[in-house]
Design a protein around this ligand. Sequence first.
Ligand SMILES: Cc1cc2nc3c(=O)[nH]c(=O)nc-3n(C[C@H](O)[C@H](O)[C@H](O)COP(=O)(O)OP(=O)(O)OC[C@H]3O[C@@H](n4cnc5c(N)ncnc54)[C@H](O)[C@@H]3O)c2cc1C
Length: 478
Amino acid sequence: MSQAMDKVLNVDVCVIGAGSGGLSVAAGASQMGAKVALVEKADMGGDCLNTGCVPSKALLAAAHAAQSMRDAGFFGVQSQVPEVDWKQVYDHVHGVIAAIAPNDSQQRFEAMGVIVIRAAGRFEDERTLRAGDRLIRAKYFVLATGSSAFVPPIDGLQDVDYFTNENIFDNSEAIEHLIVIGGGPIGMEMAQAHLRLGAKVTVVEMGRLLMKDDPELTKVVIDRLASEGMNFYEGGRDLRIEKVADGKITVRCQIDAGERCAVGSHLLIATGRRANVNGLNLDAAGVVYSPKGVEVDARLRSSNRRVFAIGDVAGPYQFTHMAAYQAGVIIRNVLFKLPAKVDYSAVPWVTYTDPELAHVGMSEADAIKAGKEVRVLRWKFEDNDRAQAERRTEGMVKVITTPKGLILGASIVGLHAGELIQPWILAVSQKLKIGAVASMIAPYPTLAEVNKRIAGSFYTQKLFSNTTRWIVRFLMRF
Ligand SMILES: Cc1cc2nc3c(=O)[nH]c(=O)nc-3n(C[C@H](O)[C@H](O)[C@H](O)COP(=O)(O)OP(=O)(O)OC[C@H]3O[C@@H](n4cnc5c(N)ncnc54)[C@H](O)[C@@H]3O)c2cc1C
């Protein structure tokens, strides 16, 4: 062992992983005056910046630009079949990553006083981590090592080339027919992006498409994607993959009694995520974990009280905003010594297909499962004047309240649903009643009026007949 290797770095907090969660903890802790080491084995910024949220949304933005050319005819503007230069599209994606990267960079964190070590971290014992030629002893460790694409054992997969989120954004060649295995948010976003950019797309899903969301709302997304030409094999079993003569890939599956077969030029595996627990020597640190991730309590502490875990490696929600939320909980525990606990009652998420799909809090199915007596409110985008003007009338809001109007949850499908869900996140987290949203003045004509209208329907549904409701709705416009 060299002398340099023996040199021990003593810090207050050692964060392993410089992604959404790790960066938030490192920035927060160093700004509070703690001595912080940040260990990262690959690119600063983690999945979200390099292979997740940012490139996927940039690719979708390009795809939506292409679609608006096709849809221009609705407005009396000559519609066109877009000509897509795939290389330039992917250059745009990398340009967006480059524009955001300085926020997550080593230089920025070093300027904050964080000691950034670019190496893989591995525990030596309960208080010591090795990273390259450094040994780090810390009062607290924060595991923020994220997750990786889970690749299931599908017959024949080993014989073909395939994309995951880790390499698809490095592609620069035209894709003729993309077969996406996995119809969750990542699979569906990538499927629509490539479809709108001109590829043929088939999605093969073993269960239900967009399984974590309300089927009443996911239907709106699926119908739209189908109308744009996407092909779905939902409930596909016994998947088999084969390479065929001209470099094409065949994916076969069973649905009910029949066999389905798609022949594509490229394959994307989007079948979920696997927590990054390997290689950390967690056993040496006395940290209990499983393939699902590090086991943590409500304070995000692992079985080793000095070791916390955050983000995708801890779960239960694998979103950037959840990693950032958990970072706040860890800062309060570690630096302020407060027994702060996570509260998952108002967790929002958005699937960035077009139309978008957004949710917070309790769904109708959750309420039924919990045996709660609830009111379920529904409001369609077709009743919104702005949606009519934009010719985007597909969509709806669904809100779950108690019989007395306490807001328990909301889901929205439609144009900009990810923006429209924001007041409901506030409402659920602050335990507001429906009257708070109903009494708000919403600017006319905005899509966000759907929120006021659905809240108002809580009272009109109770008081009036259908006809009178229509009159009230009309009067509410003024
Ligand atoms: C295609 C895609 C799209 C997504 N879109 C969205 C979205 O729109 N909105 C959203 O909220 N979420 C989205 N997500 C999820 C989001 O990216 C993750 O939830 C988020 O990145 C998790 O942050 P994290 O800090 O836990 O992990 P990461 O951001 O992945 O960071 C983990 C870091 O730890 C490093 N690391 C791992 N092991 C070690 C080790 N032993 N030593 C040192 N370093 C190590 C890794 O190299 C990595 O940089 C998307 C994910 C994907 C794949």
